[in-house]
Design a protein around this ligand. Structure first.
Ligand SMILES: *[C@@H]1O[C@H](CO)[C@@H](O)[C@H](O)[C@H]1NC(C)=O
Ligand SMILES: *[C@@H]1O[C@H](CO)[C@@H](O)[C@H](O)[C@H]1NC(C)=O
Ligand SMILES: *[C@@H]1O[C@H](CO)[C@@H](O)[C@H](O)[C@H]1NC(C)=O
Length: 614
């Protein structure tokens, strides 16, 4: 599937290399405390034929002449192994030179060629993020006098800013160095592809031991993702997360080329999201007046995400997992919009306290749900859709609610499971019609009606899903175990799928009940199910449910494990996690440099002594 080879540094003459070395020596002699510029100290590291970066302590006389040497492990890692430090692994051609350019990040110059003002602006912003990420790689003083010139040209050929499952995220990145300068050439169809190219370019850079940064002096990378949906689910209902933790999640995702933040913003527990048409939702549903997301917050978050190539897909879970926020109906003359709300003992009415399930026979509930959708349609991009939850409906709740069973009998339903499934599917069908109506009004130019996403549930049983959820309108996000046949069965029925493997990508597991923790190797070695036609498996999401996590630990719970899922979804590698580990450790260090707090995954000694802890 992917091919990657080393290139001989054709474009770097021996003369430039020795000049560079001289420069290095000069710089070191300026700053190093033990001022004797010992060549052994500067270039001690070598990349072995088995792709390990090791310190070579043999005296210089006995060294092999043509063995390339590096000043640090970080430097060595840039081109050791098929993919150097690029995370996730590129899927196309990839070649990296062993030579380096020593440069000053302040002096990188950008040239943007894009067909519209908006795409040009986007890329200028991308350039700013890129430089700011580079500065974080500096180990010492970033300033380098004199610096090699680095000229970056980014060309984007289409003016679309649309970001969905059809977006072309491919890119081509070429780095070449001449006697006078280093030229970086980025080509992509969309700004999102170009943005990914800048991420890859940042993976070709490491801090120098002296001033400035090192860049792989020659590279050629052709790349595009295997799956168009590479996400993280973040739950902010069970425990509220301040905005900066959502932004930090987006930063980590951008670094990992993930493109969907599935924002599980509300649930039965709390409704922190401001709906301007229905302020009661937040007033009755938020944990407190500061534990909220205003409409402006949401708008800004969506903007922040898109500049990092990420969609925010909002979930308004229903008909179950909905309660607090919906309790004001009776006082407002709208009846019970949610039933079994906070009922006790909870085990009789739901799968997890507090209980609550929307009332599918109350028209006012549908009207309010529509107002919520209309608010979200306004803040989201025209092409964006909604996740409407739909899992874990607890039938005994509805079956124990007099209003519901009475209405069912009146309309000729019995109280069988089948009747309840029908009632449940009508909930989704009715909301879908409302969603279509909203979108036709707001975005009349969008020709194809947008699908909705639902979780796998009793309703998505392959034996009868076709009766309830039309496959051209509903995408199913499955959350079954690796060995479950649900994905295969739904694929056979031609449903589009998003995969959240419960026993690999549920990041909350290992912290409650008898669930097990899945380390990054397990998250990485999670095979994606096959579709029956191309494009049917849209991708997947690692899920950060927040019952047992809040801002105090969320970064370490998500990272770096979600990065393993990111490589699975971008590259779908045939090789196992063990072959990726040095690259993965470097990726984790990069997250740290960017201000994220990923969990430790191995003792530092094993990172420093490659190959010794297998
Ligand atoms: C970094 O180095 C430059 C040039 O050597 C010097 O002018 C500058 O003051 C240094 N900055 C810091 C923060 O040390
Ligand atoms: C609404 O729920 C409350 C509490 O469960 C119940 O007492 C009341 O009868 C319900 N109202 C209707 C109209 O069913
Ligand atoms: C609902 O309750 C009735 C009796 O109260 C029972 O006969 C029926 O089986 C229940 N339905 C389901 C789906 O459990």
């Amino acid at each position: 599937m992917s091919r990657c080879r080393y290139v001989e540094p054709l474009w770097t003459t021996k003369k430039t290399a020795s000049l560079l070395l001289l420069l290095l020596l000069l710089l070191l002699s300026e700053t190093a405390t033990s001022a004797d510029s010992d060549e052994n100290r500067i270039t001690r590291w070598t990349c072995t034929p088995t792709d390990l970066c090791l310190v070579d302590s043999s005296p210089s006389a006995s060294r092999m002449q043509d063995q390339q040497r590096f000043e640090s492990q970080r430097d060595c890692r840039l081109s050791c192994g098929k993919y150097g430090s690029i995370w996730p692994m590129p899927t196309g051609d990839c070649s990296l030179s062993h030579d380096r350019v020593h440069f000053d990040p302040w002096k990188v110059r950008f040239n943007v060629v894009a067909p519209s003002e908006a795409t040009t602006q986007f890329l200028r912003e991308t350039n700013r993020h890129f430089v700011s990420n580079l500065l974080k790689e500096c180990t010492r003083n970033c300033t380098l006098e004199p610096s090699k010139e680095v000229l970056v040209k980014a060309t984007v050929t289409t003016n679309t800013l649309q970001l969905d499952w059809h977006t072309d995220e491919s890119y081509m990145l070429v780095v070449r160095t001449t006697a006078t300068a280093t030229f970086v050439d980025i080509k992509a169809a969309t700004v999102y592809g170009a943005r990914h190219a800048f991420e890859t370019l940042s993976n070709l850079v490491a801090g120098s031991e002296s001033h400035g940064l090192l860049l792989v002096s020659g590279a050629r990378v052709h790349d595009r993702p295997q799956y168009p949906h590479r996400g993280i689910l973040l739950d902010t209902s069970r425990n509220y997360m301040p905005l900066r933790y959502i932004r930090s999640t987006l930063d980590g995702m951008a670094a990992s080329k993930m493109n969907v933040l599935h924002w599980h913003v509300v649930d039965t527990h709390s409704f922190p999201l401001e709906i301007t048409r229905v302020p009661e939702m937040q007033r009755f549903g938020a944990y407190g007046p500061t534990q909220i997301y205003s409409r402006a917050d949401t708008v800004n978050l969506i903007k922040y995400a898109r500049l990092r190539g990420i969609r925010i897909l909002i979930e308004i879970d229903g008909p179950s997992h909905a309660g607090n926020g919906w309790q004001w109906g009776p006082a407002a003359g709208l009846g019970n919009m949610s039933v079994c709300l906070n009922n006790k003992p909870w085990r009789n009415f739901c799968v997890q306290p507090p209980c609550g399930q929307l009332n599918p026979v109350n028209d006012h509930m549908y009207a309010i749900y529509k107002e919520i959708m209309e608010d979200l349609a306004e803040v989201g991009a025209p092409e964006e859709t909604l996740h409407v939850g739909g899992d874990e409906v607890y039938l005994p709740c509805w079956n124990n609610t007099e209003e519901i069973t009475r209405r069912m009998r009146e309309t000729g339903y019995d109280l069988s499971k089948k009747s309840f499934l029908k009632l449940w599917s009508q909930f989704h069908q009715r909301n879908l019609e409302a969603w279509d109506d909203i979108n036709q009004r707001l975005y009349p130019n969008i020709v194809e009606p947008k699908p909705m996403i639902v979780w796998s549930s009793l309703l998505t049983d392959p034996d009868y899903i076709e009766e309830y959820l039309p496959k051209e309108r509903f995408i199913i996000q499955t959350w079954v175990g690796k060995d479950d046949k649900l994905n295969r069965d739904l694929a056979k029925l031609n449903y589009r799928l998003i995969i959240s493997t419960k026993d690999a990508w549920y990041l909350d597991h290992g912290f409650w009940g008898s669930t097990k923790y899945y380390n990054w190797l397990k998250a990485y070695n999670n095979p994606m199910p096959q579709g029956t036609r191309p494009g049917q498996v849209l991708g997947g999401e690692a899920c950060m449910w927040s019952e047992y996590v809040d801002q105090n630990s969320v970064e370490a719970r998500i990272w770096p494990r979600a990065g393993a899922a990111a490589e699975r979804l971008w590259s779908n590698p045939k090789t196992s996690a063990l072959l990726a580990q040095q690259r993965f450790f470097r990726y984790r260090d990069r997250l740290i440099a960017r201000g994220i707090h990923p969990d430790a995954v191995i003792p530092r000694w094993c990172v420093l002594n490659e190959g010794q802890c297998l």
